[in-house]
Design a protein around this ligand. Structure first.
Ligand SMILES: Nc1ncnc2c1ncn2[C@@H]1O[C@H](COP(=O)(O)OP(=O)(O)O)[C@@H](O)[C@H]1O
Ligand SMILES: [Mg+2]
Length: 254
């Protein structure tokens, strides 16, 4: 099967930075697969997610979508990409525009892709809000009226409203307290199952990874030091860095 998303020897160097933040990174995400990217803070996890979401371009190597290099000037490809690949960011406070009502926030992908008018988006927005467990009247309210967990549900509703094939999530539950975290992880697991959605998730919480992702890639200072089935990587790591990462987590996956 052609991978949905693929990095081939990718490197990123931010403007003005002395060196590459990530380098020689290669992995492929097959349709329906879920991949976790783990590593310490600063390892380059968010940068890899930005690469996969087209927000950052590789300074070397390639990002491929359905086997084709991502070409920001290819409007047809970009349209397919934007519809097919949606992102949930880490911080549900900064990722939602405080001046817009939830209805407009969640409808944004449908509107900007030209799929729907405001009127024809409304039932899809309502269905997405219901699916993530928010009350119907949430649509008319503003982000500040919601808790962190509810805001992340709004962000997830926005990400699934156009029925994407791929969900990219950057530490989607790190900003949440423990009980809320468990519920949002459950929601993501359900969505993955029922929509057979491909997922790439960044997390430093290995218990989240263990429950959600079939495969895990371990990132140390911008390089992937090992990747494989999550169970194998976590129970029998091949690389000493992975061992240290596992040992540094107080709560081991059951
Ligand atoms: N926009 C940027 N400009 C310059 N350096 C950046 C930028 N974003 C991240 N970095 C640097 O790149 C490295 C990796 O960051 P990041 O990808 O956010 O790691 P992680 O998500 O694993 O914590 C860090 O050293 C960070 O300071
Ligand atoms: Mg990060």
């Amino acid at each position: 099967m052609t991978p949905v998303l693929e990095l081939a020897d990718a490197a990123v160097r931010y403007r003005g930075a002395a060196g590459d933040v990530v380098r020689e990174v290669s992995f492929a995400v097959e349709p329906g697969q879920s991949l976790a990217l783990v590593g310490e803070s600063g390892a380059g996890k968010t940068t890899l997610l930005r690469l996969l979401s087209g927000l950052v371009r590789p300074t070397e190597g390639a990002v491929r979508f359905d086997g084709e290099p991502l070409a920001p000037r290819d409007r047809r490809q970009m349209r397919r990409f934007r519809r097919g690949v949606q992102v949930v960011f880490q911080d549900p406070y900064s990722s939602l525009d405080p001046r817009r009502r939830v209805a407009a926030i969640v409808a944004e992908p449908l509107r900007s892709l030209g799929i729907d008018s405001r009127a024809s988006a409304a039932p899809k927005v309502a269905a997405a809000l219901e699916r993530v467990g928010l009350p119907a009247d949430a649509a008319a309210r503003y982000p500040h009226e919601f808790s962190g967990g509810q805001r992340q549900r709004i962000a997830i509703a926005r990400a699934i409203v156009c029925d994407p094939r791929v969900l990219l999530a950057d530490e989607p539950v790190s900003a949440l307290d423990v009980t809320t975290r468990v519920k949002v992880v459950e929601l993501l697991a359900e969505l993955k199952e029922e929509r057979r959605m491909t997922m790439v998730m960044v997390s430093h919480d290995l218990s989240v990874v263990a429950s959600l992702c079939e495969r895990t890639a371990v990132l140390e200072r911008g390089r992937i030091v090992e990747q494989g089935p999550t169970e194998q990587v976590l129970s029998n790591p091949a690389h000493p860095y992975t061992r240290r990462l596992i040992d540094s987590v107080p709560r081991l996956p059951a």
